[in-house]
Design a protein around this ligand. Structure first.
Ligand code: ASP
Length: 588
């Protein structure tokens, strides 16, 4: 028997028991007459004690030969520790070792296997198996496993079926590039890896499986950002005979269950906000509601008072930073430079300090008197002691810039409290987005999303401008400013789907070639249906107050889409290319 207990199990009540433990040597502390080894496994750490009273000279010698990360088996008696460690659950006991087996030696690891390791990113990715031994990473991976199991339990209880859909499919346009796989048996033809199971889950609705889910890998060949991975996991769902309301309720239920089961947290209400309101009030379709600092539009109060910068613009809009009137000149200048960075792109920043004594000091004192500025303060709900920050320019751009400033102020003022979770449904997204550069419409969600019922007639008969104003039955779940999931009610009528493809620039032939199967299915009794997908990796990260999904993926890729451990992607043998009919792309 390799072990009677794990390294996290023993307590003071076990004193006197003979036990066997197996694990890795975390640290070896040699004090001469006695020697300690911290033995670690995924359950915890237990201290092993070797000393001249209980251990033979040979045993002590053997213990001295142990290095970091050796795999050990130790037999001995549980004893009360002389100096206790109240930071770990096993901290009151140690094992007086009488027998030690070195199950395997270890090379010296290239970084320390500690909570705060000295290893850089690249090194940890290359030796991912060692990084995965570290407690914080292990906890993330264990959390992910529990989250998956709870998801399955809850959705199964709600009557969902888990159904697999294929990975080798055909290109589907969902906004990103596809990874393609050459077909050996069909020369010159390629599969694509799914960006999501979207069309398959809709087909499952046509087939009558009215509640489907899958915890499923999706693949998108995008340029990577910190929180993106070329392969990631979704909790993917679809339901038939449902309205938007049914879907929001079902997935609010799932989210509540997961937070309760995994974090013991009862989430507050899930408010709903239209896309238009979210943009107007927060400049973002995923506002962080852990703090207020809502936008106040100042056009009426601030325009045509002689300040040219404001007069010609589409929007003058500000936020109120509570308690920041005492900001120094330097701090305000620094904020101004912050919004002027190319990533934000504001031309300038107007500030108004509402001093404690009720006076005002602003960067636009020349153009606005006390009464004017008091008017701004009243509209913004500012009190003495507050700092108003105002941007001006083209509406969409300015809102986006102010969103960045709001988030930055939230960070600086410590308003994004860890452990505080604020969910939000954003609803009524536009159906189509007009792109000036390519002069065409793009689907805001994806091409299968249905316009709102009341917009269908306008969609079938309206002109170009009408198309810009169409609303979709599309929704996103946002928690703390992160998009956790998104979905929509789908089109289930061939005519409407054809019209949508046309608006998106597909010719009839292209639409037929790519999606003939789906439109064909719509002709055979497609039920009304809709669904949603949660980003599973992102959900893990957000539930733990972390920003990077990479830390919740056992084997993630780096920023270049590389797996540093197995060193992929990599060239293949020329014979393989031949077989795949790709010989012309041979690389020397
Ligand atoms: N397939 C969509 C996505 O991956 C989700 C959905 O509409 O259900 O974003």
């Amino acid at each position: 028997m390799y072990r009677t207990h794990t390294c996290g199990a023993l307590r003071i009540s076990d004193v006197g028991q003979e036990v066997v433990l197996s694990g890795w040597a975390q640290t070896v502390r040699d004090k001469g007459y006695m020697l300690f080894i911290d033995l670690r496994d995924r359950y915890g750490v237990t201290q092993l004690l070797f000393n001249e009273d209980i251990s033979s000279p040979e045993l002590l010698e053997q213990a001295r030969s142990v290095g970091r990360e050796f795999v050990l088996q130790a037999k001995g008696k549980v004893a009360e520790r002389a100096s206790k460690n109240d930071k770990i659950p096993t901290g009151e006991v140690e094992i007086e070792v009488t027998e030690l087996t070195i199950l395997n030696a270890s090379s010296v690891p290239p970084f320390t296997i500690d909570d705060d390791t000295d290893g850089g990113d690249d090194l940890r990715m290359k030796y991912r198996y060692l990084d995965l031994r570290r407690r914080p990473v292990q906890e993330n991976i264990m959390f992910r496993s529990r989250l998956g199991i709870e998801t399955r339990k809850h959705l199964a209880d709600e009557g969902f079926l888990e159904i697999e859909t294929p990975f080798l499919i055909k290109s589907t346009p969902e906004g990103a590039r596809d990874f393609v796989v050459p077909s050996r048996m069909n020369p010159g033809q390629f599969y694509a890896l799914p960006q999501s199971p979207q069309t398959f889950k809709q087909i499952l609705m046509v087939s009558g499986f009215d509640k489907y889910f899958q915890i499923v890998k999706c693949f998108r060949d995008e340029d990577l950002r910190a929180d993106r991975q070329p392969e990631f996991t979704q909790i993917d769902c679809e339901m038939a005979f449902v309205t938007q309301e049914d879907i929001l309720n079902t997935f609010e239920g799932l989210t509540r269950h997961l937070f309760k089961a995994l974090k013991g947290i009862d989430l507050p209400a899930f408010p709903r906000m239209t896309y238009d309101d979210a943009m107007r009030r927060f400049g973002s379709d995923k506002p962080d509601l852990r703090f207020g600092m809502e936008f106040t539009e100042l056009n009426e109060l601030a325009q045509h008072k002689g300040f040219k910068v404001f007069d010609s613009v589409e929007l003058v809009v500000g936020i109120n930073a509570t308690g920041c009137a005492a900001y120094t000149r330097k701090q305000v200048d620094e904020l101004t430079q912050w919004v002027q960075r190319p990533q934000i792109g504001a031309k300038g920043l107007v500030y108004v300090k509402y001093n404690e004594d009720g006076t005002f000091k602003s960067s636009v004192d020349k153009f606005f008197n006390t009464e004017d500025l008091k008017g701004w303060a009243d509209k913004m709900g500012a009190q003495p002691g507050d700092l108003m920050l105002v941007l001006a320019g083209e509406a969409d751009k300015t809102r986006k810039q102010l969103n960045e400033l709001r988030l930055e102020m939230g960070r600086r003022l410590g308003l994004m409290k860890p452990g505080d979770f604020k969910p939000l449904w954003v609803v009524d997204f536009p159906l189509l987005e007009w792109d000036e550069e390519t002069e065409r419409f793009y689907a805001m969600h994806h091409p299968f999303t249905s316009p709102k019922k009341e917009d269908v007639a306008r969609m079938l008969s309206g002109g170009h401008e009408t198309m810009k104003s169409l609303r979709a039955d599309a929704y996103d779940l946002v928690i703390n400013g992160s998009e956790i999931g998104g979905g929509s009610i789908r089109i289930h009528d061939r005519k409407l789907q054809e019209k949508n493809f046309k608006l998106l620039g597909f010719t009839d032939e292209e639409a037929e070639a790519q999606f003939g199967f789906l439109m064909g299915a719509f002709e055979y009794g497609a039920p009304p249906h809709g669904g949603i997908a949660f980003g599973f990796d992102r959900l893990c990260a957000v539930m733990n107050g972390q920003s990077s999904i990479r830390d919740f993926i056992a084997f993630p890729k780096n920023n270049m889409g590389r797996d540093m451990m197995i060193d992929a992607p990599a060239p293949v043998h020329p014979e393989q290319l031949d077989e795949l009919h790709l010989a012309q792309t041979k690389i020397d």
